[in-house]
Write a protein that binds this ligand. Sequence first.
Ligand SMILES: Nc1ncnc2c1ncn2[C@@H]1O[C@H](COP(=O)(O)OP(=O)(O)OP(=O)(O)O)[C@@H](O)[C@H]1O
Length: 320
Amino acid sequence: MSEGEALKTALRDVAGERVQAVRVSGTAATAVVDAEGLDDAGRSGLETQLREAAARLGFADLRVAMTAARRRRRIIAVGSGKGGVGKSTLSANLAVALARLGRPTGLVDADIYGPSQPRLLATEDQRPESRGNKLVPVPSRFGVPMLSMGHLVRPGQPIAWRGPMAVSALGQLIDAEWGPIDTIVVDLPPGTGDVQLTMLQKYKPAGAVIVSTPQDLALIDAERAIGLFRQGEVPLIGMVENMAGYLCPHCGQESEPFGHGGAEEAAREIDLPFLGRIPLALAIRRDSDAGQPPAAGEGPIAEAYLKIARAVGDWLDRND
Ligand SMILES: Nc1ncnc2c1ncn2[C@@H]1O[C@H](COP(=O)(O)OP(=O)(O)OP(=O)(O)O)[C@@H](O)[C@H]1O
């Protein structure tokens, strides 16, 4: 291995694919590094690490050339006012549908205390590697790399952290080596507490999707989530109605046990775009439990998720 190749390998151990080129001339060396997504502190921290790695190979004075940001990575936060409305299921399927539509998309399970995404996308057995001081998202079978606390702790192991630790754990998941991903769907923990607000203020999602069910109570809760996003100054992309009508697995007919149009009407009342509805379908629960997101399949359910993903994608393009 030439000196230049040895140096490039050492630098890539620190900064992965960010290291684009390495030039060596005598004892002087230059590294061209992609600084996309790094703030000033991140750049200078990375530069220090690279220089230290070079020094260990005898290059006392590595010059680090940071290239301009190539792409802007945007976060879509998925929230609901309360648990159990299908927020995690929607997040997983939205990410899969966005990827299916050709948008490089990743998924973060921000539900630190009750992670469910590894099961939904069948990645429970995977553990992320780390590169430098960053995690590398695990690949899923559905074209969506992802990170969850569920990948870092043993299944069933209780996580009893206070707010600041949870926020810093979230930072590790979001601020990972995402590679060529430009959209990250974040499944927020249920509720509207400090962790959620800090997370929104710190990681500045481009927009938020609210999930609600047609029941009155869930709609009131959705308004609470809307308040959270407004407080965090996160633009609202719109509302999704989940478990909207019952899709009979036998005859394919849809009935409406919880009433019709509640979420759409509520969204209209508060001037929130309505992104679409997902029926209450046994197949969604069954396939989700089996690690097979319905959005990766065919038929009306996949189509319902794809329709929502198109609306979200259009919003992202309009608000670029
Ligand atoms: N449209 C649907 N039809 C049928 N079952 C659904 C649907 N959406 C979600 N479910 C099921 O409802 C349950 C709760 O969904 P999910 O875990 O996504 O909710 P959640 O809002 O993220 O809950 P929590 O906040 O507690 O994690 C799961 O068993 C899921 O498979």
